[in-house]
Design a protein around this ligand. Sequence first.
Ligand code: GAF
Length: 446
Amino acid sequence: VGAAEGLKPIWVEHPDLEAMGRRGFRRFQGVFGREPEGIWMSPGRANLNGEHIDFLGGRCLPMALPYGTLVAAAPRTDGLLRMRTLEPSLDAGIVEVEVAGIGPGRPEGWTGYVAGALWALHIAAQDHPELAIPENFGADLLIRSTLPMGGGLSSSAALECAAILAFVGMALGRTDLDDGTRAVLARACMMAEVEVVGAATGGLDQTASLRSRPEHILSLDCRDFSIEHYPAAPLLEGHRLVGVDTNTPHWLGGDEFSSRRKDAEAAARFLGAERLRDLLPEAPGQADVDAVLARWDELAPSASRLEGHDPGDARRRLRHALTEMLRSERIDALLRHGADPSMAGGAPGELGRILSEGHASMRDDAEASFATADLIVAIALRRGATGARLIGGGFGGSVLALLPELRVDSIVEHIDREVLAAGLPRPRFLCIEPSSSGRQLCRECV
Ligand code: GAF
């Protein structure tokens, strides 16, 4: 973290991956007494829209961040994973795990993300024999993240994805992976998190980490995980995306996040849909959203018919999901066709409005926001942001703000000052640029 002096806002500098790779290489030798075979990196993500809807088949608009997780690794043949993280709050020296013992809930804690990735890779190989790795495969791994932990920027997925890339790279010698293989690995990482760690993740984070392109927004259709890449420049013209880490950690394993998913799924089932996205047509409009909500109101479900879910909660989750799906389609259309001449402020103006509407929905309908995020969004908008919203799973994490280029410094200073004056934890700012997906850092760099 590049902390500036005095009252200057704290910006998290973009990591110099090559320098980190070189340091990681030496550190690995110090910890494990041998050279790593390579260093792999996978990024965190920001998401323009599509929160809490990946697991409902909605569309998400993420991008990979320049920040991510690095894994230096060397293979073993004794079925052991030996892992150490350099994250000070988690580092307890080398943690050893037997690969044969990995399963739901085992191992617990951060090592579950790494071990889970190997476990899920073995399972994925049942349908994709080209990914089969020896049963006795193990590894020594040294981990270092440049993402704020619990910052809602997908540090968990970055860890799973960096680990799976290291496993595939070491066990199969595969470094140049096509998108089809990356899709299989992203799915495996999602399984690792759902089955081994026990967090109700829906695939957005892992897909963004493994299938993004620099300078592009990913448009991800979570019905079938098909993707399109669109250049980000026309959408962001004259603007910068700034992430504001609220310093309020979030964790997906808690009940709050999973209860939001369960409410929405119960609402969809009540309306006769297996998947909530199927309640809307292929190219939905506001009238389609209104029609679903009107049907809900007409049928007036009771808690008993909603499997115990509170009807008010379920309606709000339903409304969040439907409107969020619509917002995603609006951004997808902007990326595909550009701004309509009637849109005030062109493409960035429209994107800004969608971001801010998305925040209101996260706050009022998903009820996943929290006081610091609401305050930061309000300050940003009051001081001239084109749009701002909470991103990620919520209940902590980060705000994404779309700021006119010339006003970035002044808006960021206002946020910093006013949040501090409110007695809240000091935010950290991240310059968000759509970046590369996970990969092995080049051999010459280390
Ligand atoms: C978390 C989950 F892991 C994602 O799958 C997604 O649901 C997101 O929250 C909210 O959109 O990051």
